[in-house]
Design a protein around this ligand. Sequence first.
Ligand SMILES: Cc1cc2nc3c(=O)[nH]c(=O)nc-3n(C[C@H](O)[C@H](O)[C@H](O)COP(=O)(O)O)c2cc1C
Length: 192
Amino acid sequence: MGNPIIQFERWWQAALADSPLQQKNAVCVSTIDENGFPSGRFVDLKAVSDTGFVFCTYFDSAKGRHISQQPKTAMTIWWDHVGYQIRIVGVTHLISDAEADYFWQSRSRSAQLTTTAFSQSEPLNSEHELSTRLEESSAHYADRPVPRPKNWGGYRIKPISIEFLTFRESRLHLRELFEIKGDGWVKQLLQP
Ligand SMILES: Cc1cc2nc3c(=O)[nH]c(=O)nc-3n(C[C@H](O)[C@H](O)[C@H](O)COP(=O)(O)O)c2cc1C
């Protein structure tokens, strides 16, 4: 019936090739808040494998709090230049510390300093505080590596369904829905 992870990897590579996007790996992750409302925001997609879709963030951000209460999560992608939409639904788990360390090390020093300087999703007193906090963080770690903050790491969405939509100007979009049934994936086409 096909493997949607292999199809995803193929589409991701196609989207990355000659991509006109500045933020090439931005994908929308939707969580469910404490009142049951959906809450979406863009994050960078870090990795994909049979075990799921990985993104990195702060555990105590709004999204991190949502996931700890309700791990049901969605990821939505639109790559305009190739006409691909992908919708993923799944259950989210923390990645290991070793994996989080790997992704932390792959970040630039300036990204590490910025991450370290802030408590994501907490109120900010003024725009000026953006630069003062970053200066403090830079001074604190001058001449030494920036360690991964204890409250920063990654999540992996283990998919239960993945839908691929090939956009067509005719509106005869091809929709291919893969759902986990028993041990494997079952594919079903959907009307546009
Ligand atoms: C293109 C783009 C990429 C982003 N990548 C990330 C990311 O990888 N991790 C992250 O925590 N926030 C990322 N952000 C910021 C999030 O969209 C969001 O503002 C932040 O994570 C706080 O969300 P929350 O308050 O719902 O937890 C990105 C924003 C944009 C526009």
